[in-house]
Design a binder for this molecule. Structure first.
Ligand code: CAA
Length: 284
């Protein structure tokens, strides 16, 4: 099934990025968020990103404008009526995500695929909230979506082969390379990434080195584009903590326990880039 119309629910950083790459791939996108402010800032983030890509000659100006015109803002899940594919990209809250899946299940066309961009909630559990568990799948984009080449696809216990194939084809059409993972805590990327970021927090907590030296060591020593503390700030310290807790509980091994320093920063409201302060300070 070639996807012509899709919906993205959640217009934050990830949702707006997903809407952008889908629109650039020629898909008509309904970008839905209950908050008009979030939709507005999502659209402006997309415009800025497209402008940047055009300026860097990575996207012809005409294609950028055409992509922008393919995105229709909306405020209700009901506005996803008739779409062939929907991606949910709201905050990592299982109750909220399940509610959105129930609503999408009611309005999406029969046979439509319902995907989640969750980084940590079991796909099988989200699928069970719908009457089409075979058509529910994990489609995990990386941040920043327009620049990152990977989409991690996660098959729930009941996801059909056809659902997987359509999702993979759509991700490839968006210019992404896919990997396939099973529905276990953290999937592939976060199972490996979050313990590394968490370990950097332990190292800082123990006074092993300064934040700058921990980051420089991993940037130059391992050729990572960002150091682990810088990346944790970029991902969001609350998100890192949440995923660390999912790994700890879901895998039942204390090696995944979140660093107390990470928890303390989150308690203080130092969430990284988005709050202006994490391991580093950021100007608005
Ligand atoms: N759209 C278009 N252009 C963008 C952009 C966007 N969304 N974001 C940044 N850019 C531009 C920048 O403005 C910059 O342009 P200029 O050169 O004109 O200034 C250019 O892209 C390159 O950016 P930077 O100079 O800031 O630096 P960079 O070359 O290091 O690239 C980066 C930035 C791609 C983010 C790179 O640092 C990187 O790969 N970092 C690691 C990111 C990563 O690991 N992401 C995964 C996080 S984990 C995750 O997402 C999963 C999860 O569930 C937690």
């Amino acid at each position: 099934m070639a996807i012509e119309r899709m919906a993205v629910v959640g217009a934050g950083q990830m949702g707006s990025g997903i809407a952008q790459v889908a629109a650039q791939a020629g898909v008509a996108v309904t970008l839905i968020d209950v908050s008009p402010d979030v939709v507005r800032s999502g659209l402006s983030r997309i415009q800025k990103s497209i402008d940047k890509l055009v300026e860097k000659k990575k996207l012809p100006a005409g294609e950028g404008a055409a992509a922008m015109a393919r995105i229709r803002p909306a405020s209700r899940v009901l506005d996803a009526e008739g779409v062939q594919f929907a991606v949910e990209a709201v905050t990592e809250n299982e109750t909220l995500k399940k509610r959105i899946f129930v609503e999408l299940d009611a309005v999406a066309a029969p046979g439509a695929i319902l995907a989640s961009n969750t980084s940590s909630i079991p796909i099988t559990r989200l699928a069970a909230a719908t009457k089409r568990p075979d058509s529910v799948i994990g489609m995990h984009f990386m941040n920043p979506v327009p620049l990152m080449a990977l989409v991690e696809i996660i098959r729930g216990a009941q996801t059909s082969e056809a659902t997987y194939e359509t999702t993979r084809a759509l991700a490839e059409r968006m210019g992404k390379t896919t990997v396939l993972g099973k529905d276990f805590p953290g999937f592939i990327v976060n199972r490996i990434l979050i313990p590394m970021l968490n370990e950097a927090c332990f190292a800082l907590q123990e006074g092993l080195a300064s934040p700058e030296d921990i980051d420089l060591a991993m940037k130059l020593g391992c050729n990572h584009p960002m150091g682990p503390l810088q990346l944790a700030d970029f991902v969001g310290l609350d998100t890192c903590l949440y995923i660390a807790e999912v790994l700890h509980q879901g895998l039942g091994d204390d090696k995944y326990r979140p660093a107390p320093l990470l928890r303390q920063y989150v308690d203080a409201g130092w969430l990284g880039r988005k709050s202006g302060r994490g391991f580093y300070r950021y100007s608005p």
